[in-house]
Design a binder for this molecule. Structure first.
Ligand code: TRP
Length: 459
């Protein structure tokens, strides 16, 4: 029960399945289709993938359960959940600081996430209008540089993407989030399955599978291990309270353990499928697997431009990418909107308009950081976009995750925690496993990531 009354615009999922779809939607995003393949490529493949799976199981999954458990117990936004569950405990109201951090981080992440999603939308247009075919293959990668150099395109596409996001979130939990995910997630799955089957019929498929699944541990570095852990967080959508908010709309009957396992499974499956598809094409066409962030915007389009039916493949691929981004961006906006609705008691419509506009306003700086504002260098010679990305992904996210781990593992009342697990042998076993990971494994792993980000540990 909320401390100061139930805000009128709070919603509820209509059942466990829509909750799982929406949470999987938050998890499945640019992280799976853009980032996972390129960091796997840069870290040498198999051993990195295996270590990533270990991070998902031992840190990601327990933390996912923690966030959902907090939200469902408190039935509030991130700030309210920490307040509600922590006020009679050591540290009292100070824990709400983590709730604040979550709201701010969601807003900041969304501001530049929309810029990347904007590139995906621009590439849908390029695929449909045939822009990749209009220039010689060697010049295809330069199209991406031209996009970055164009301030208008960056701002307008990011704005369009924010409008799409806001248009869904304004519809509320059932009418907006649930409906959108119920359409987007199955579509995304079908598109990806189709593209992966295409990839598997190509001659580079065997090499791709070996690259991804035959581990060569000599290629796994300490830095790669910490990158895998950091990415496990990002990919599952943890550390920003998004799953606290989604959990707060969930009814009491659903098993959190089963839901969390399904979500982590789907998220990982999609990342692996995207990897198999992309590397099949990379190896078939002799492209560079370790190309870095440009892998899907610069390397893949060269292939699309050169194969029969490439136009269709490219269109499907970038639509897939846009949909994946959209199911994540709505979770980020919802995290901010839930705070405004729950704590400031504004109507959902006003909350969406105000937070959406503020986030887009901030996003303009990221959109301009490759062109008009390219000369502005902040943290360690990074431009605005890279600075915000560093602050969010490398600092705020692990810090938020650490807060949740310590709070649910050491601070929250044990009976409150027990309430959120069901009363059967499997759930009792899961609770013991969860408790061990969340109290001991997760905090140490996360602290290592933080120290590495701050440059305290070096490899
Ligand atoms: N998980 C998403 C991705 O893989 C991004 C995302 C959405 C996210 N919500 C989040 C990341 C909350 C961290 C926290 O692209």
């Amino acid at each position: 029960m909320a401390v100061n009354g139930e805000p009128k615009d709070r919603g509820h999922w209509s059942g466990p399945l829509p909750f799982i779809m929406a949470s999987a939607g938050a998890a499945i995003g640019l992280g799976n289709i853009w980032k996972f393949p390129y960091i796997t490529g840069m870290n040498g493949g198999g051993a990195f993938v295996l270590f990533y799976l270990l991070c998902i199981a031992l840190v990601g999954l327990p933390l996912l359960i923690s966030e959902m458990l907090m939200g469902r117990k408190a039935e509030r936004d991130t700030v309210g959940s920490f307040l509600e569950l922590g006020h009679q405990r050591a540290g009292g109201k100070a824990w709400a600081g983590f709730g604040w951090l979550a709201v701010i981080t969601c807003g900041v992440l969304l501001s530049f996430y929309a810029v990347i999603a904007g590139w995906a939308m621009d590439y849908v247009v390029k695929s449909v209008t045939g822009a990749f075919w209009a220039v010689p293959a060697a010049e295809v990668p330069a199209l991406f540089d031209a996009l970055l150099a164009n301030p208008w395109a960056n701002v307008i596409y990011a704005g369009l993407f924010m409008l799409l996001t806001a248009g869904i979130v304004v519809g509320g939990v059932k009418g907006g989030l649930e409906k959108a995910n119920n359409i987007l997630i199955p579509t995304l799955f079908i598109l990806l399955t189709g593209l992966m089957i295409y990839g598997l019929t190509q001659k580079g498929a065997g090499q791709a599978l070996a690259f991804m699944f035959a581990p060569d541990f000599s290629k796994l570095t300490g830095a790669g291990m910490l990158e895998a852990l950091g990415h496990a967080f990002f990919s599952l959508g943890l550390g920003m309270g998004v799953m606290i908010v989604y959990g707060s709309y969930l009814g009491k009957g659903t098993s959190l353990v089963k839901a969390a396992i399904s979500i982590a499974f789907l998220d990982t499956l999609i990342a692996l499928m995207a990897g198999v598809m992309i590397f099949s094409m990379v190896f078939t066409y002799g492209l560079e697997p370790g190309a870095g962030p440009g892998l899907i915007f610069q390397t893949l389009p060269v292939m699309f431009a050169g194969v029969p039916g490439g136009g269709i493949l490219a269109t499907l691929f970038f639509v897939l990418l846009t949909f994946a981004a959209l199911t994540s961006s709505i979770s980020l906006l919802e995290c901010v909107v839930a705070y405004v609705v729950d704590e400031d008691h504004l109507s959902r419509g006003k909350a969406v308009a105000i937070s959406g506009a503020a986030i887009f306003g901030l996003g303009i700086f990221s959109a301009l950081s490759f062109n008009v504002l390219a000369g502005v260098k902040l943290l360690g010679e990074r431009n605005i976009f890279d600075t915000l990305d560093f602050l969010v992904s490398n600092l705020a996210l692990p810090l938020g995750g650490l807060g949740v781990a310590i709070f649910t593992g050491w601070v929250m009342l044990v009976p409150d925690v027990k309430d959120e697990f069901q009363d059967n042998a499997l759930e009792r076993f899961s609770r013991v496993f969860w408790r061990f990971c969340i109290r001991f494994v997760a905090p140490f792993g996360i602290i290592a990531v933080l120290l590495f980000s701050l440059g305290v540990i070096k490899f």
